[in-house]
Design a binder for this molecule. Structure first.
Ligand SMILES: [Zn+2]
Length: 300
Protein backbone atom coordinates (compact mmCIF):
# COMPACT_ATOMS: atom_id res chain seq x y z
CA UNK A 1 0.00 0.00 0.00
CA UNK A 2 1.15 3.51 -0.74
CA UNK A 3 0.61 5.31 2.56
CA UNK A 4 0.52 8.66 0.80
CA UNK A 5 -2.66 7.61 -0.97
CA UNK A 6 -5.92 8.96 0.32
CA UNK A 7 -7.65 5.56 0.10
CA UNK A 8 -5.81 2.71 1.70
CA UNK A 9 -6.08 0.01 -0.90
CA UNK A 10 -4.13 -3.10 0.09
CA UNK A 11 -3.96 -6.06 -2.24
CA UNK A 12 -3.92 -8.94 0.26
CA UNK A 13 -6.15 -9.44 3.24
CA UNK A 14 -3.31 -10.40 5.62
CA UNK A 15 -1.41 -7.20 4.85
CA UNK A 16 -4.60 -5.15 5.09
CA UNK A 17 -5.32 -6.51 8.56
CA UNK A 18 -1.76 -5.90 9.73
CA UNK A 19 -1.83 -2.35 8.39
CA UNK A 20 -5.03 -1.49 10.19
CA UNK A 21 -3.89 -3.05 13.46
CA UNK A 22 -0.65 -1.14 13.51
CA UNK A 23 -1.90 2.17 12.12
CA UNK A 24 -5.17 2.64 13.96
CA UNK A 25 -4.47 1.39 17.46
CA UNK A 26 -1.21 2.88 18.74
CA UNK A 27 -2.69 2.57 22.25
CA UNK A 28 -2.40 -1.21 22.33
CA UNK A 29 -4.85 -1.65 25.18
CA UNK A 30 -7.52 -1.75 22.45
CA UNK A 31 -5.82 -4.70 20.78
CA UNK A 32 -5.41 -6.57 24.04
CA UNK A 33 -8.89 -6.14 25.50
CA UNK A 34 -11.13 -9.18 24.78
CA UNK A 35 -14.20 -7.18 23.71
CA UNK A 36 -12.48 -4.46 21.68
CA UNK A 37 -10.11 -6.87 20.06
CA UNK A 38 -13.11 -8.99 19.04
CA UNK A 39 -14.86 -5.94 17.56
CA UNK A 40 -11.79 -5.07 15.50
CA UNK A 41 -11.46 -8.64 14.21
CA UNK A 42 -15.15 -8.90 13.45
CA UNK A 43 -15.23 -5.67 11.46
CA UNK A 44 -12.11 -6.46 9.46
CA UNK A 45 -13.04 -10.09 8.76
CA UNK A 46 -16.71 -9.67 8.01
CA UNK A 47 -16.83 -6.27 6.34
CA UNK A 48 -13.32 -5.34 5.24
CA UNK A 49 -14.21 -1.63 5.27
CA UNK A 50 -12.58 0.81 2.91
CA UNK A 51 -10.40 3.23 4.91
CA UNK A 52 -9.40 6.69 3.82
CA UNK A 53 -7.62 9.69 5.30
CA UNK A 54 -10.07 12.48 6.03
CA UNK A 55 -8.93 15.69 4.36
CA UNK A 56 -11.50 18.22 5.55
CA UNK A 57 -14.48 18.67 7.80
CA UNK A 58 -17.06 17.87 5.10
CA UNK A 59 -15.52 14.44 4.71
CA UNK A 60 -15.64 13.92 8.43
CA UNK A 61 -19.30 14.96 8.55
CA UNK A 62 -20.23 12.80 5.54
CA UNK A 63 -20.45 9.96 8.07
CA UNK A 64 -19.92 7.14 5.61
CA UNK A 65 -19.02 4.47 8.16
CA UNK A 66 -22.34 2.60 7.78
CA UNK A 67 -21.52 2.34 4.05
CA UNK A 68 -18.32 0.55 5.18
CA UNK A 69 -16.26 3.56 4.11
CA UNK A 70 -14.38 4.76 7.18
CA UNK A 71 -12.69 8.14 7.37
CA UNK A 72 -9.64 8.30 9.62
CA UNK A 73 -8.35 11.68 10.80
CA UNK A 74 -4.75 12.69 10.22
CA UNK A 75 -2.52 12.40 13.25
CA UNK A 76 -2.26 16.09 14.01
CA UNK A 77 -3.64 18.22 16.83
CA UNK A 78 -5.64 16.20 19.32
CA UNK A 79 -5.30 13.11 17.12
CA UNK A 80 -1.55 13.10 17.75
CA UNK A 81 -2.45 11.69 21.17
CA UNK A 82 -2.23 7.86 20.93
CA UNK A 83 -5.13 7.20 23.27
CA UNK A 84 -7.46 9.78 21.77
CA UNK A 85 -6.68 8.63 18.24
CA UNK A 86 -7.22 4.95 19.09
CA UNK A 87 -10.47 5.82 20.85
CA UNK A 88 -11.68 7.72 17.78
CA UNK A 89 -10.87 4.74 15.56
CA UNK A 90 -12.57 2.36 18.00
CA UNK A 91 -15.69 4.53 17.91
CA UNK A 92 -15.79 4.18 14.10
CA UNK A 93 -15.39 0.42 14.38
CA UNK A 94 -18.33 0.26 16.78
CA UNK A 95 -20.44 2.32 14.36
CA UNK A 96 -19.47 -0.09 11.61
CA UNK A 97 -20.96 -3.06 13.49
CA UNK A 98 -24.31 -1.52 12.63
CA UNK A 99 -24.38 -1.05 8.89
CA UNK A 100 -27.49 0.07 7.11
CA UNK A 101 -30.27 -2.48 7.49
CA UNK A 102 -30.75 -5.18 4.92
CA UNK A 103 -33.88 -5.16 2.76
CA UNK A 104 -34.09 -1.43 2.85
CA UNK A 105 -36.48 -1.38 -0.10
CA UNK A 106 -39.38 -2.49 2.11
CA UNK A 107 -38.69 -0.10 4.99
CA UNK A 108 -40.71 3.02 5.66
CA UNK A 109 -38.79 6.20 6.43
CA UNK A 110 -40.03 6.03 9.97
CA UNK A 111 -38.72 2.51 10.52
CA UNK A 112 -35.44 3.50 8.98
CA UNK A 113 -35.13 6.59 11.20
CA UNK A 114 -35.94 4.49 14.23
CA UNK A 115 -33.38 1.80 13.42
CA UNK A 116 -30.65 4.27 12.62
CA UNK A 117 -31.27 6.33 15.72
CA UNK A 118 -30.87 3.18 17.79
CA UNK A 119 -27.62 2.25 16.10
CA UNK A 120 -26.27 5.75 16.59
CA UNK A 121 -27.27 5.79 20.21
CA UNK A 122 -25.77 2.37 20.92
CA UNK A 123 -22.46 3.31 19.27
CA UNK A 124 -22.28 6.49 21.32
CA UNK A 125 -23.18 4.64 24.52
CA UNK A 126 -20.62 1.93 23.89
CA UNK A 127 -17.86 4.49 23.52
CA UNK A 128 -18.82 6.31 26.68
CA UNK A 129 -19.02 3.07 28.65
CA UNK A 130 -15.59 2.18 27.30
CA UNK A 131 -14.24 5.51 28.53
CA UNK A 132 -15.69 5.01 31.99
CA UNK A 133 -15.46 1.33 32.78
CA UNK A 134 -13.36 -0.78 30.47
CA UNK A 135 -9.83 0.61 30.82
CA UNK A 136 -8.38 1.90 34.06
CA UNK A 137 -8.22 5.68 34.17
CA UNK A 138 -9.37 6.23 30.59
CA UNK A 139 -11.75 8.99 31.67
CA UNK A 140 -8.91 10.85 33.34
CA UNK A 141 -6.58 10.27 30.42
CA UNK A 142 -9.04 11.83 27.98
CA UNK A 143 -10.42 14.60 30.15
CA UNK A 144 -8.27 17.34 28.69
CA UNK A 145 -9.37 16.55 25.12
CA UNK A 146 -12.93 15.57 26.06
CA UNK A 147 -13.81 17.88 28.95
CA UNK A 148 -17.52 16.94 29.13
CA UNK A 149 -19.28 13.86 27.78
CA UNK A 150 -22.86 12.77 28.20
CA UNK A 151 -21.96 9.97 30.56
CA UNK A 152 -20.37 12.40 33.03
CA UNK A 153 -23.86 13.52 33.87
CA UNK A 154 -25.09 10.00 34.49
CA UNK A 155 -22.03 9.08 36.45
CA UNK A 156 -22.13 12.13 38.67
CA UNK A 157 -25.82 12.84 38.99
CA UNK A 158 -27.28 9.32 38.77
CA UNK A 159 -24.32 7.70 40.52
CA UNK A 160 -23.96 4.96 37.91
CA UNK A 161 -20.97 3.33 39.49
CA UNK A 162 -21.52 -0.08 37.89
CA UNK A 163 -21.15 -0.74 34.18
CA UNK A 164 -24.67 -0.33 32.77
CA UNK A 165 -26.12 -2.87 30.35
CA UNK A 166 -26.57 -2.01 26.70
CA UNK A 167 -30.37 -2.01 27.05
CA UNK A 168 -30.44 0.06 30.20
CA UNK A 169 -28.31 2.77 28.71
CA UNK A 170 -30.18 2.73 25.43
CA UNK A 171 -33.46 3.31 27.27
CA UNK A 172 -32.06 6.32 29.06
CA UNK A 173 -30.54 7.85 25.95
CA UNK A 174 -33.63 7.30 23.83
CA UNK A 175 -35.90 8.83 26.46
CA UNK A 176 -33.51 11.73 26.65
CA UNK A 177 -33.42 12.19 22.91
CA UNK A 178 -37.17 11.99 22.49
CA UNK A 179 -38.22 14.32 25.25
CA UNK A 180 -36.95 16.77 27.78
CA UNK A 181 -37.55 14.25 30.56
CA UNK A 182 -33.97 14.43 31.77
CA UNK A 183 -33.39 18.15 31.43
CA UNK A 184 -33.40 18.48 35.20
CA UNK A 185 -30.18 16.52 35.28
CA UNK A 186 -28.10 19.06 33.47
CA UNK A 187 -30.02 22.31 33.36
CA UNK A 188 -28.68 23.42 36.68
CA UNK A 189 -25.03 23.22 35.75
CA UNK A 190 -23.17 25.43 33.32
CA UNK A 191 -20.57 22.78 32.45
CA UNK A 192 -23.24 20.42 31.08
CA UNK A 193 -24.74 22.97 28.69
CA UNK A 194 -22.66 21.90 25.65
CA UNK A 195 -23.95 18.32 26.09
CA UNK A 196 -27.52 19.59 26.45
CA UNK A 197 -27.17 21.58 23.23
CA UNK A 198 -25.67 18.63 21.43
CA UNK A 199 -28.53 16.36 22.48
CA UNK A 200 -31.10 18.98 21.51
CA UNK A 201 -29.57 19.15 18.05
CA UNK A 202 -30.11 15.43 17.61
CA UNK A 203 -33.61 15.74 18.98
CA UNK A 204 -34.61 18.40 16.49
CA UNK A 205 -32.75 17.91 13.28
CA UNK A 206 -32.36 14.27 12.41
CA UNK A 207 -35.21 13.55 10.08
CA UNK A 208 -33.97 15.24 6.95
CA UNK A 209 -30.60 13.70 7.55
CA UNK A 210 -31.90 10.14 7.62
CA UNK A 211 -34.38 10.61 4.81
CA UNK A 212 -31.58 11.64 2.49
CA UNK A 213 -29.66 8.57 3.54
CA UNK A 214 -32.58 6.26 2.87
CA UNK A 215 -33.26 7.71 -0.58
CA UNK A 216 -29.59 7.38 -1.49
CA UNK A 217 -29.33 3.90 -0.10
CA UNK A 218 -32.27 2.66 -2.14
CA UNK A 219 -30.58 3.88 -5.29
CA UNK A 220 -27.25 2.42 -4.27
CA UNK A 221 -28.73 -0.96 -3.54
CA UNK A 222 -30.42 -1.00 -6.91
CA UNK A 223 -27.20 -0.10 -8.61
CA UNK A 224 -24.88 -2.34 -6.72
CA UNK A 225 -26.91 -5.16 -5.28
CA UNK A 226 -25.00 -4.74 -2.03
CA UNK A 227 -26.07 -6.70 0.99
CA UNK A 228 -24.69 -5.31 4.19
CA UNK A 229 -24.32 -7.33 7.37
CA UNK A 230 -25.57 -5.61 10.45
CA UNK A 231 -25.67 -6.71 14.08
CA UNK A 232 -28.57 -6.26 16.45
CA UNK A 233 -27.68 -3.24 18.59
CA UNK A 234 -28.96 -4.97 21.72
CA UNK A 235 -26.93 -8.15 21.35
CA UNK A 236 -23.76 -7.03 19.59
CA UNK A 237 -21.51 -7.60 22.62
CA UNK A 238 -22.56 -11.22 22.83
CA UNK A 239 -22.25 -11.69 19.06
CA UNK A 240 -18.75 -10.30 18.74
CA UNK A 241 -17.46 -12.08 21.84
CA UNK A 242 -18.85 -15.32 20.47
CA UNK A 243 -17.13 -14.62 17.18
CA UNK A 244 -13.80 -14.18 18.90
CA UNK A 245 -14.18 -17.21 21.13
CA UNK A 246 -15.17 -19.46 18.33
CA UNK A 247 -12.41 -20.12 15.85
CA UNK A 248 -12.30 -17.07 13.61
CA UNK A 249 -13.01 -17.91 10.03
CA UNK A 250 -10.69 -15.69 8.06
CA UNK A 251 -12.22 -14.38 4.89
CA UNK A 252 -10.59 -15.85 1.85
CA UNK A 253 -8.84 -13.51 -0.51
CA UNK A 254 -11.68 -13.50 -3.03
CA UNK A 255 -14.26 -12.52 -0.36
CA UNK A 256 -11.99 -9.71 0.69
CA UNK A 257 -11.58 -8.48 -2.87
CA UNK A 258 -15.34 -8.59 -3.47
CA UNK A 259 -16.00 -6.55 -0.32
CA UNK A 260 -13.40 -3.91 -1.10
CA UNK A 261 -14.69 -3.61 -4.65
CA UNK A 262 -18.28 -3.26 -3.44
CA UNK A 263 -17.29 -0.45 -1.05
CA UNK A 264 -15.42 1.43 -3.77
CA UNK A 265 -18.39 1.01 -6.10
CA UNK A 266 -20.65 2.38 -3.36
CA UNK A 267 -18.32 5.36 -3.10
CA UNK A 268 -18.77 6.08 -6.82
CA UNK A 269 -22.51 5.51 -6.39
CA UNK A 270 -22.61 8.11 -3.62
CA UNK A 271 -21.25 10.58 -6.12
CA UNK A 272 -23.73 9.49 -8.82
CA UNK A 273 -20.83 8.29 -10.90
CA UNK A 274 -21.38 4.54 -10.97
CA UNK A 275 -20.57 4.22 -14.68
CA UNK A 276 -16.97 5.13 -13.95
CA UNK A 277 -16.52 2.77 -11.01
CA UNK A 278 -13.92 0.01 -11.34
CA UNK A 279 -15.56 -3.29 -12.18
CA UNK A 280 -12.92 -5.71 -10.87
CA UNK A 281 -10.53 -5.68 -7.92
CA UNK A 282 -7.53 -5.76 -10.26
CA UNK A 283 -8.84 -2.71 -12.04
CA UNK A 284 -9.35 -1.03 -8.68
CA UNK A 285 -5.72 -1.69 -7.72
CA UNK A 286 -4.54 -0.20 -11.01
CA UNK A 287 -6.63 2.92 -10.57
CA UNK A 288 -5.74 3.73 -6.96
CA UNK A 289 -4.13 7.06 -7.78
CA UNK A 290 -7.33 8.17 -9.48
CA UNK A 291 -9.21 7.56 -6.22
CA UNK A 292 -7.08 10.22 -4.56
CA UNK A 293 -9.09 12.93 -6.30
CA UNK A 294 -12.43 11.70 -4.91
CA UNK A 295 -14.08 13.91 -2.34
CA UNK A 296 -16.25 11.87 0.04
CA UNK A 297 -19.65 13.54 0.26
CA UNK A 298 -22.82 13.55 2.27
CA UNK A 299 -25.64 12.07 0.12
CA UNK A 300 -27.75 14.64 -1.71
ZN1 LIG B 1 -20.25 8.63 16.20
Amino acid sequence: MNIDSKFWIVRHYGAYRETIWSKLFPDIRFLNHPLYRAIIEYVLDKKAPLFFTVQNNEERMAFTTPYNIIGIPERVGKYANDTYFSLTCMHEFIHNLFSYPRHVAGLTSRDFDEQMMRCEAVASNATEVLIYYDFDDLREQTRELLPVIWFDILYERLQMKNRPSVSQLLDIRQDWLRSNAYDWLYCSEEKYKPVAQFMARWRNGNEVYWHKRLAKLRKLLELEGITTETLNPLTYEYEVRRYDNARRSLPNQSDYEALQLAHVRALYGLKDDSENAPSTFDELCERTSELDTIQVVFPE
